[in-house]
Ligand binder design. Structure first.
Ligand code: UD1
Length: 376
């Protein structure tokens, strides 16, 4: 029986927790007789140990078959390096399907290359939209989804967006959230970071902050304003701030920080989520973090004007605060007064999304329906 090969693309930090359970689920199917196989391709978009290798080790992700070594650069430099690398690979060693996850530059770049070589594209976390075209991720989502054959969705909002764009129901697979598969699989393995013991922090008595969106961190003045507002509203609680490499540049320009901040390196997966689970609340501009706080029931404030994950607000513990530092004070007052919503868990965020994905892939990879052209 010949193998049907799926390329699994992983490029940047938020991709790694999404591909881990998919690889495991495909392997589990293969053990029961399926002829699905996978080839893991790291584009090299993220390359620091703390942004990449630590996640592979902690989540038990196998070594990639190929690393395209794309590295950093402008959006176009990064996109083109990934495209040239992946095209070369597919021309010399084609696959039957290209599976992309999330909304990073690697997601879009590999989808374009595969579709131009008439290799079916499936998009895990397809269909989500912020409506904000100033965010590079929104452009990545729009481009990727316009050439995706099969969509694996995390929310009813995503399903509705795709239907509104004319995608037929046979291409929309509502499966749940692979990021949450990973969180649930690792909940008992979460562990305190190395700095914890000497930090003087106590569980439930600190904030976690993450900021890395260009709109918030590329200007030192903007970032300084946000950090000032967080320090003022934190009711004297310390603020743990793992600093993303992008944010580190503006931090150097800011100089002295307000009192209360504990600046740490980007944390590995198990340590970061241990911090979140033990935090009083989280303040972030990440999308993935709002999903994790929702599942852990931790109050979350998002410093953005929009979200592509509205279920974290309508169902979960997240609230959109915007990017004006003045909007933080009233929200932090409400939190301190104990008036934050409790939230619940969105539909199908049950730890089993990857199993559903593998079962559907087993049905469609290599069949003519994998490459339904536009499906309209
Ligand atoms: C990317 C994703 C974003 C995701 C984020 C998580 C895009 C458009 N954005 O943003 O959706 O939330 O990853 O981290 O794909 N850098 C390093 N070491 C690394 C990686 C990056 O030092 O391993 C520095 C480089 O200076 C680089 C900058 O960070 O220029 C930005 O990296 P890049 O991959 O372009 O985007 P992120 O801001 O990380």
């Amino acid at each position: 029986m010949s193998h049907r090969l799926i390329d699994i693309i992983a490029g940047a930090r938020p991709n790694f927790m999404k591909v881990a359970p998919i690889i495991r689920a495909i392997d589990a199917l293969a053990r029961t007789g399926s002829n699905l196989s996978w080839r893991l391709i790291h584009t090299g978009q993220h390359y620091d140990k703390r942004m990449s290798d630590d996640f592979f080790e902690q989540l038990g992700i196998p070594q990639p078959h190929v690393n395209l070594g794309a590295g950093s650069g402008s959006a176009a430099e990064q996109t083109s390096a990934i495209m040239i690398g992946y095209e070369g690979l597919l021309l010399s060693a084609p696959s039957d399907m290209c599976l992309v996850v999330g909304d990073v530059t690697s997601t879009m770049a590999c989808a374009i290359v595969a579709q131009k070589l008439q290799i079916a594209v499936c998009h895990i976390e397809g269909g989500i939209r912020s409506g904000d075209w100033t965010m590079p991720e929104e452009i990545n989502r729009l481009v990727t989804d316009s050439i995706t054959n099969h969509f694996f969705t995390t929310s009813t909002f995503a399903n509705a967006n795709l239907r509104a764009a004319g995608v037929s129901d046979d291409r929309i697979h509502f499966v749940g959230n692979t990021m949450i598969d990973t969180l649930m699989a690792n909940m008992d393995r979460l562990r305190e970071p190395a700095f914890w013991a000497a930090s003087g922090l106590s569980a439930g008595r600190f904030f976690v902050v993450t900021l890395h969106r260009p709109a918030n961190v590329d200007s030192p003045e903007n970032l300084a304003g946000l950090l000032q507002a967080i320090a003022q509203g934190a009711s004297g609680l310390p603020v743990v701030f793992p600093v993303h490499p992008r944010t580190a540049k503006a931090m150097r320009a800011i100089g002295e920080l307000p009192a209360g901040f504990i600046i740490v390196d980007p944390q590995p997966y198990l340590e970061f989520n241990w911090l979140v689970k033990n935090a009083f609340a989280v303040i972030t501009d990440s999308g993935g973090v709002t999903e994790e706080t929702t599942v852990m029931g931790i109050p979350c404030m998002t410093l953005r004007a929009s979200t592509e994950r509205p279920e974290t607000v309508t169902v979960g513990t997240n609230e959109l605060i915007g990017t004006d530092p003045r909007a933080l004070a009233p929200a932090l007052d409400r939190l301190a007064a104990g008036n934050w919503k409790k939230g619940s868990i969105p539909e199908l965020w049950d730890g089993k999304a990857a199993e559903r994905i593998a079962a559907i892939l087993d049905r469609i990879v290599g069949t003519p329906s994998a490459r339904l052209i536009t499906g309209r």
